[in-house]
Design a protein around this ligand. Structure first.
Ligand SMILES: Cc1ncc(COP(=O)(O)O)c(C=O)c1O
Length: 386
């Protein structure tokens, strides 16, 4: 059996008529750049999250950059962010003129460890960017308390956390602003690049919208950038949005099955969810000391896996100038050689989940000194799909 990491085609087929109609409408209206479909999506997404403003832009990376410019980042400003994320989170700090200050992560949740943030604050610190990594919110209460105490702004990077919750409140509503990516593979994904900034701050929203459209359409009050959402992406996101709650539930079901079936298999550590959080499982990331051979074994069995991410950010050549050593970020450093993202997508059947687990079990059973063979799960599942 071949199992892809995500299956966007299966998702398309499940809502084909809605997507096809949305695309046809945009073409019939020639509503290619921004326009009514994008405006409708901005309103719908703001309403979904319960925020005042959604400013669409071309992608989630631009959203971070524009939000930082809107918050007035200037050369020399220091911004604290997690050592474990996709590079968009940190490269945009430098693009905006700031200085990247990395902070290690919490062992259980992979998100920035609030207990370590204060030690990183200097007179030059202006903001903090927590990332709700893999679909689980960072620990927002202590982060916001530190930000208030030191008069720092907070941008939540929600690229992987559409509709995740922290203490019942939706991620993206804690900081001064939050940014989303609608990259195709995201929990809510477009058919190309797309992103947005959400905020309750009127001035920030106005400034960001103007900056993203060449400094204001008609009236160029400043030089800006060109970061627009396409009409096609807006229309596709409008078609997909009503399905997001069900897709999120389906992801949670897949994660719950993995959790249960992987219990006690080899040395695997399944993802931990803090009791006050609703994880949306953009990614399902296990940890094992046997990561590389396991990954090869799964690849040979037709199962796609991904490393999110092969290195913690401070250890990429791009940040060599910071001169960090592994002991500066012991948790993120240890995780980089242990993490493995398993396939997860809403359309994943029970048979697929069981196949992945069975192959993982078989890998550990075949190791020297491996455990006795476990029950034949594929037979037990008898080809049923759920
Ligand atoms: C944590 C995080 N931040 C930012 C981004 C950037 O989003 P985009 O690819 O839409 O620019 C991503 C995308 O993968 C991400 O995972």
């Amino acid at each position: 059996m071949n199992i892809s990491f995500v299956d966007l085609h299966a998702q398309y087929l499940s809502i084909k008529s809605e997507i096809d109609a949305a695309i046809s409408e945009v073409i019939a209206q020639s509503a290619f750049i921004r326009g009514p479909h994008v405006t409708r999506f901005e309103d719908a997404w703001a309403q979904t999250l319960g925020v005042k403003h959604c400013v669409s832009c071309a992608n989630g990376t631009d959203a971070l950059y524009i939000a930082m410019r809107a918050l007035g980042v200037k050369p020399g400003d220091e911004i604290i962010t997690t050592a474990h994320s996709w590079i968009s989170t940190s490269e945009t700090i430098s693009q905006a003129g700031g200085r990247v200050v990395f902070c290690d992560t919490d062992y259980e949740t992979f998100t920035i460890d609030p207990a370590l943030i204060e030690a990183k604050i200097t007179p030059a610190t202006v903001g903090v960017i927590p990332v709700h990594l893999y679909g689980q919110s960072a620990d927002m209460d202590p982060i916001m308390a530190i930000a208030r105490k030191h008069n720092l702004w907070v941008i939540e990077d929600c690229a992987q956390a559409h509709r995740a919750r922290y203490k019942g409140r939706v991620a993206g509503t804690f900081g001064n602003a939050a940014t989303f990516s609608f990259y195709p593979g995201k929990n809510l994904g477009a058919y190309g690049d797309a992103g947005c900034i959400v905020t309750n701050d009127n001035h920030l929203a106005d400034w960001a919208a103007a900056f993203a459209r060449h400094g204001g359409k008609g009236e160029h009050v400043m030089e800006g950038v060109c970061s627009r959402m396409d009409g096609l992406q807006g229309a596709i996101l409008n078609a997909k949005l009503p399905h997001l709650p069900a897709w999120t539930e389906a992801r949670r079901r897949v994660a719950a099955r993995y959790d249960k079936l992987l219990e006690g298999v080899g040395d695997i550590i399944t993802p931990k969810v803090a009791p006050d959080r609703d994880h949306v499982y953009h990614l399902y990331v296990i940890r094992t000391e046997k990561r590389d051979p396991l990954r090869k074994y799964l690849t040979d069995a037709g199962i796609a896996t991904v490393l999110n991410y092969p290195k913690a950010l401070p250890f990429y050549p791009a940040y060599g100038y910071l001169g960090h050593a592994p002991e500066d970020f012991p948790v993120a450093y240890a995780n980089q050689s242990r993490i493995l993202s398993l396939p997860i997508f809403p359309e994943m059947s029970e048979e697929m989940i069981v196949y992945v687990v069975e192959r993982i079990e078989s890998f550990f059973t075949n190791l020297p000194g491996g455990a006795d063979r476990r029950p034949d799960r594929m037979a037990a599942c008898s080809g049923s799909a759920s």
